[in-house]
Ligand binder design. Sequence first.
Ligand code: GLC
Length: 476
Amino acid sequence: MSRIKIKKIKIWMPSAEVAPFAKVGGLGDVAGSLPPALKKLNCDIRLIMPLYGLIDREKYKLKKIYENLEVPSGRCLIKVDIWESFLPGTRVPIYFIDAPEYFKFNTVYARGDNSERFLFFSFASLYILPIIGFNPDVVHCQDSHTAMIPDILKNTDFEFLRGIKTVFTIHNLNYQGVSEIEVLSTGNLHVNSLKTLSEDAKNGDINYMMQGILNADIVNTVSEKYVQEIMTSTYGAGLDKEVRKRKKDLYGVLNGIDVDFFDPAKDKFIFKNYSINSLGQKYKNKLILQKKLGLPQDKDRPLVGLVSRLVWQKGLELITEKLSDLDCQFVFLGTGKHEYEEHLKGLNKKFPRKFSAQIKFDLELAQQIYAGSDMFLMPSRFEPCGLGQMIAMRYGSVPVVRATGGLADTVDSKVGFVFKDISKQELFDSLQEAIDIFCNHPGKWRKMQVAGMKRDFSWKKSAKEYVKLYKKAMKK
Ligand code: GLC
């Protein structure tokens, strides 16, 4: 019997963040966890990211595979080395562009302007393809950092880049990568290279996000609800017109999470492992966490967790002194804008028995909060997908969220508490209701926890959706 050989789809995925090598937010989690699921679906998926100074080359077994490659960027040649490794625990190859003048620092994003750094990365990520001998069907670009790739591909003279299609995923429409027009030469582009560029340049700058939206073969974002939202002026961040233009090629694909890593039964960072069948053990995590945070140890008092980048998007203004009237404790973990850090620290100082503010980036403590909290708070103004609520549900911590984007798509009254408006009172009332059920209706509470823990947040379904998008792009 002759076997029909199904052609593997070859995907090239450049990303500014890939967990665990370097991550700032959800983008890193997605770039680190979607590819293994695509590999299982028989895609030849390979990643590429900048080699930031902070990446631990030894720990992650990076190997240098090419030295002193001269990348023609604008009028100069920039020498780069190429390194290679695998996503830990998988056979997904990842390449690194080693260009110290752009990436030697110990942070992912530089202070100030990042547009030249990431345009260079975008260009280099294509330029090295023949060197590593990879000829992708689709480049899957992530967020504004790599949003210029469709422009570069549409404009290129390089034979080896002809015919490659693009899928562009918007993780957050509000970070747009607005740059000076002069930066274009870094990607060997010019205002007259494409009509969309000359149009865009009329107001004196170039918007990477806008270019990605207009020029990618297929555009998607990370939940159905956010697709609908970004077509409106309220959520469109000034680009709703461009988004609407692409309506026919626009899709919503909900993110997954790495369900092996986020598993309360196996998690090495938490104090006591548990599962649906031993949910009665969860409170032990709370008691130790309360002690660690300096909060009164009390298994009957609900503990509300918040793990987040502390930025405008996250609706932190709704967290006020008024919440100290509630009979519960709060723990906040994250870093971000100074004013939000100070605001949360202020609450901690004034009500040390109620609020704990942990202003730092601490992956271990994050896991301990998912495991030790009873409720998980996400009062976001907008939330393209949100990963925290899914992780929380997996750990039996019941989400209290605002109905926006992926939060609206993943949380309902069977598994959590959802409030509609950006309103302090609505948040207060939702928490009050949650506390009431926790304290007075333990059977009902347990049911909600179990329903959340049973939901499937793996990448299985969404990875299949991406394969469909790749196929659609290949038909363009
Ligand atoms: C961004 C969004 C978040 C989303 C993540 C991954 O961080 O703000 O909602 O979950 O990207 O797509």
